[in-house]
Design a binder for this molecule. Structure first.
Ligand code: TXA
Ligand code: MG
Length: 316
């Protein structure tokens, strides 16, 4: 119910039929492992919150880091985020390729809030690998894809690594042989004319041909995020009922003013988490309360984000 079913994981050579199978699975909300030019990614429909929750679930991530969104081309990417001149210039020079741009999301962005962990920005890249490109074309939607490995293990550079890490947790691995770069894409954040290095990768200052400012929080370990979503109002956890002035986000038997999942489904709760928090923040009431969420499976990640959202933002 709350967990993805156990899968008997299949590895298929990445031909036209396998791509079409993979696209079918993704459109049904399931994650599929696919090669990119950096590492193998675990790709899911970035516009479907439950599909994104399924990616975290398969990886066993203890928290929801924002994921990199893969688009088929610059034109598609421009429907997701606002590109200034600096961003467009970098995109034209290095896409498709191992460069990820963190940009402000457009108000009408189709990306599920869970994929960006509720942040106002989105990490975007157009991948060069033909497998990921064919998959993007077959699905016709942007794909969220973190590295295709269990949380806390090293990134996979061949199909066998993916199987070792995720066997039984995902339905399909598309095998395209070893990846070219073997490390994740370079991530830069752009504000105005300043380009900040958020994660070092295959493209450095020399290749990019522009000065890179260090990230404000110093060097981040890949996969670590310093910035996280927090509502503007006080947030109380494990609330079984609302006190005066609180908007209660319910779960299961606790109905609340809104609910993460009336049926107590943790995948649904994960998919709706940031939408419900934003909605609560927009109410006239001065405070927010959230019903207890069981810390099992993806519930651990939900509780992690809730407790971060409940504490004041550390300054980055
Ligand atoms: O090479 C790659 O980029 C691989 C392949 C599969 O494409 N993908 C990958 O994705 O590494 P992922 O989801 O594991 O990378 C997530 C990292 C986060 O840990 C964070 O550092 C950064 O991307 N990130 C995502 N959204 C961000 C945002 N809005 N602001 C700052 N950093 C962000
Ligand atoms: Mg990773």
């Amino acid at each position: 119910m709350n967990a993805l079913p156990p899968f008997s994981t299949v590895i298929l050579a990445c031909d036209a039929e396998a791509i079409s199978n993979a696209a079918g699975l993704i459109l049904r909300g399931l994650p599929v492992a696919v090669a990119t030019e950096t590492v193998y990614g675990l790709a899911g429909d970035a516009t479907n919150g439950s599909a994104v929750a399924g990616i975290y679930q398969a990886k066993g991530r203890p928290g929801f880091n924002p994921l990199i969104i893969h688009a088929s081309d610059l034109e598609t990417a421009e429907r997701i985020a606002d590109f200034g001149n600096v961003a467009r210039d970098l995109a034209r020079r290095f896409w498709p390729g191992p460069l990820t741009l963190v940009l402000r999301s457009r108000p009408d962005s189709p990306i599920a809030p869970l994929a960006t962990a509720g942040l106002p920005t989105v990490a975007l890249r157009v991948p060069a690998h033909p497998a990921m490109q064919r998959l993007l074309a077959a699905v016709g939607r942007p794909l969220a894809a973190p590295s295709a490995n269990r949380s806390g293990t090293i990134s996979p550079t061949c199909a066998e690594h993916v199987r070792t890490s995720l066997d039984g947790r995902i339905p399909l691995i598309l095998d395209s042989g070893p990846t070219r770069h073997g490390i994740e894409s370079t991530i830069v954040g752009i504000s105005g004319d300043v380009v900040r290095l958020l994660r070092p990768g295959p493209l450095g200052e020399a290749e990019l041909g522009i000065p890179l400012a260090p990230s404000a929080g110093g060097l981040e370990a890949p996969g670590q995020m310093q910035v996280h979503y927090a509502p503007t109002k006080p947030l109380r956890l494990d609330a079984t009922s609302a006190v005066d002035g609180e908007w209660l986000i319910g779960f299961g038997a606790i109905a609340g003013d809104s609910s993460l999942s009336a049926s107590g489904n943790l995948i649904e709760a994960a998919a709706l988490l940031f939408e419900r928090l934003h909605e609560a923040d927009a109410q006239h009431l001065p405070a927010i309360a959230v019903a207890p969420i069981p810390a099992i499976g993806i519930g651990v990640a939900i509780n992690d984000r809730l407790s971060r959202a409940a504490t004041p933002q550390e300054t980055a």
